[in-house]
Design a protein. Structure first.
Length: 266
């Protein structure tokens, strides 16, 4: 008798941000295949009797190939186990869920997708940054910092939309990212926020601009980059790293202007 595989989102790191369904399934799992980025606090919810497999791929280092992960999921579920494939954030966003869904369908293994809070939402909440604002940004775009092979996302299209941009896995080549955004049409004074380990112990937030971004401190992974005018909403009372800097000189004037725009729209 076959078991079942749950492609389950662990959220950005704080176990309190797990959904009730995710918590229930974790506590009932027979086997858990987890990413490197899953926090110890969340892994601590897995029963001691369950099989625990670290199948993470991090910083270019692969402990296991995707084909091997697919085989392990199919094999464990094929023996009747309840298998949780535990992914950081949401399983459908930059989580290779498509490849795993294909493998499970080919093997005729029952599966279910359990969504989680994706990194951009957790990071924005932690930094108190609205991802959309009727005065400044009417759209929100998720971008990968790295893509398979030699592919490269065409950022000019997204920049021209005026959307808030979230770059997942930006890496530490900040100069290259800044250059790509400026080449795509963004102003050098566009505000940015680097959020490291959002919602988890050791969270850090660094506020900067595209001009100063190449000189920003290299924060530890997992990190996410938010780019856009809404970053100006980040306030001094947020739970930031003590060494943060806020480079915007005319923040109060900016908000007065934004409020005027809002009144004009009413």
């Amino acid at each position: 008798m076959n078991g079942k595989v749950y492609l389950l989102g662990a959220g950005p790191g704080d176990p309190d941000l797990l959904t009730l369904k995710a918590l229930r399934l974790l506590k009932a799992a027979d086997a858990v295949l987890h990413d490197d980025l899953i926090t110890p606090e969340i892994l601590g919810l897995v029963p001691a009797t369950a099989q625990l497999h670290n199948v993470g791929k991090r910083c270019g280092t692969k402990k296991i190939t995707q084909a091997e992960i697919n085989f392990l999921m199919v094999t464990l579920a094929g023996t009747g186990l309840q298998v949780v494939r535990l992914k950081a954030g949401d399983p459908l966003i930059f989580g290779r869920a498509g490849e795993e869904i294909e493998a499970l369908r080919r093997a005729d293994i029952d599966f279910e997708i359990v969504p989680g809070i994706t990194a951009a939402l957790g990071a924005a909440a932690a930094a108190e940054i609205p991802l959309t604002d009727r005065r400044l940004s009417h759209a929100f775009v998720l971008l990968p910092g790295h893509m398979a092979g030699d592919q490269k996302a065409e950022w000019k299209t997204f920049v021209s939309s005026g959307a808030t941009l979230a770059v997942y896995m930006p890496g530490h080549d900040y100069s290259a990212i800044a250059t790509r955004f400026v080449s795509a049409g963004l102003d050098l004074e566009t505000p940015c926020a680097i959020i490291s380990r959002a919602t988890a112990p050791g969270q850090q937030v660094q506020l900067t601009t595209l001009r100063e971004f190449p000189n920003a401190p290299r924060l530890p992974a997992p990190a996410l980059l938010l780019v856009g005018e809404v970053v100006r909403f980040a306030r001094a009372g947020a739970s930031f790293d003590a060494s943060r800097s806020f480079p915007f000189q005319n923040t109060q004037a900016f908000f007065l202007q934004a409020q005027g725009l809002a009144h004009d729209e009413e």
